[in-house]
Design a protein around this ligand. Structure first.
Ligand SMILES: Cc1cc2nc3c(=O)[nH]c(=O)nc-3n(C[C@H](O)[C@H](O)[C@H](O)COP(=O)(O)OP(=O)(O)OC[C@H]3O[C@@H](n4cnc5c(N)ncnc54)[C@H](O)[C@@H]3O)c2cc1C
Length: 395
């Protein structure tokens, strides 16, 4: 399989490079690679302004169909865009939940009114979204969602608690998985609601992470309201819509991540050289292994995405998630080992972390969010290898 750019894709890559070089100017040029995991608080306002510049120029939501303002870009082109964006050290995007998750879900399942109301503000970076799935007793076991929504005239009244809601402090809206039929159990009786965040019935409590920053939150809905027609798909059919959203979570962003991973590995190698850690034969082996595995990861992702015009299939997505998250977590450990004892001390008071310390601490989350490693292994065991399903015992 030839993994090089086609002539058309090479021209697209050039167009992307030129646009970024010509437009990342003025206030945006001062900001390099800011934001992203463990650093979402950095320059949020300027990043949202940048998102709007991208939107006006048609560089957000490029995979969406042209009728909804996208470019109908192929998967290969979306990959190229992500790669070049990260390679040019552009600020981390702020509209990821709207562009990557809710937008495609609305295009597939939303009503015409919902598409007209929400897609354009997402594309132009004017409205930000967060994902209200997980709850204290519904993470891996998402079907256990207890947040409820009850119709009161023309409005749904939402009550319950979500947790780990990333970027909720900046979000205007949340897509919420809620139970609309209490008589039904598990996957049945759930609905997918669009709920405005800026109202009295919604309270946030930021959660401080190991990195000392708070990018996710507890979200409390206490009589929060949303219009009756803010249900995506049918009432009671939320599980199907919620799974579709999760499928969109996988795929094209990954090659952009891999450019970032490669840069992080370069930093680890630089520190290893500076501290003489590369003279240690075991360390040398681990660094070489990290480099080789990242190369395989890239080839494998390219192979899976080539020719694909939608989300990855479930087994491929599980294998990919397991592979990259484990690699990245191991890179964090390698980063600490090459740094030696200094890794245990924050470089500045009170808790200012080095890049590699932040990498180590935040990469612990990679094997949890978007489906933990154990859950991915269950999927591979059951759906790829045909092994017996895990026992669902009751205590
Ligand atoms: C950085 C980060 C950002 C996140 N952002 C969001 C967000 O924006 N919106 C949102 O809704 N959620 C978000 N999440 C939540 C994430 O989806 C959950 O953390 C994840 O689904 C795991 O659920 P849990 O934390 O409740 O752990 P649990 O499900 O309680 O799992 C605890 C442990 O038990 C293991 N386990 C659970 N079930 C099984 C099983 N059947 N077989 C084997 N092992 C099992 C898990 O692998 C894990 O190790 C985020 C999480 C993180 C870390």
């Amino acid at each position: 399989m030839d993994l090089r750019d086609s002539t058309e894709d090479a021209a697209f890559r050039e167009e992307v490079r030129t646009w970024i070089a010509e437009n990342r100017i003025g206030e945006f040029a001062q900001f390099g690679d800011i934001g992203g995991p463990g650093r979402e608080h950095e320059g949020f306002e300027v990043r949202q302004a940048w998102e709007q510049v991208l939107g006006e120029a048609g560089w957000t939501c490029i995979g969406w169909p042209p009728e909804w303002g996208g470019r109908g870009a192929s998967i290969a082109q979306q990959v190229i865009w992500n790669e070049e964006y990260v390679r040019a050290s552009c600020p981390a995007r702020v509209g990821v939940f709207g562009e990557g998750l809710l937008g495609p879900t609305l295009i597939a399942y939303g009503t015409m009114d919902q598409k007209k109301r929400f897609l354009e503000p997402i594309r132009l970076g004017r409205e930000l979204w967060c994902q209200g799935y997980s709850e204290p007793d519904a993470g891996s076991d998402l079907a256990n969602v207890r947040t409820s929504a009850v119709l009161d005239g023309d409005e749904w009244v939402v009550s319950g608690q979500k947790v780990w809601t990333s970027l909720a402090q900046w979000a205007d809206w949340c897509f919420v998985l809620a139970r609309t039929d209490r008589e039904q159990k598990r996957h049945k009786g759930l609905s997918y609601l669009l709920v405005p965040m800026r109202q009295n019935g919604v309270q946030l409590r930021p959660i401080t992470q190991l990195t000392g920053t708070s990018e996710f939150n507890e979200v409390f809905f206490d009589g929060a309201r949303t219009q009756k027609d803010m249900v995506v798909g049918d009432v009671g059919d939320g599980w199907r819509v919620a799974l579709a959203t999760l499928a969109f979570e996988r795929g094209v962003g990954l090659l952009g991540h891999q450019v970032r991973f490669s840069r992080e590995l370069d930093s680890v190698i630089e520190v290893a050289r500076a501290r003489g850690a590369n003279a240690d034969p075991v360390m040398r082996q681990r660094i070489a292994e990290a480099w080789i595995t990242l190369f395989i990861l890239r080839m494998n992702t390219l192979r899976s995405l080539r020719g694909l015009e939608g989300p990855l299939s479930t087994p491929e997505a599980s294998i990919s998630k397991l592979f990259w998250s484990t690699w990245h977590r191991d890179l964090g450990e390698l980063a600490m080992d090459v740094t030696g004892l200094d890794a245990t001390v924050a470089p500045a008071y009170p808790y200012e972390l080095s890049e590699l310390q932040r990498l180590f601490l935040f990469s612990r989350a990679d094997t949890i969010y978007g489906g933990s490693n154990e859950i991915q292994r269950n999927i591979v065991a059951e759906r790829v290898l045909g092994l017996a399903p895990e026992p669902k015992g009751t205590l």
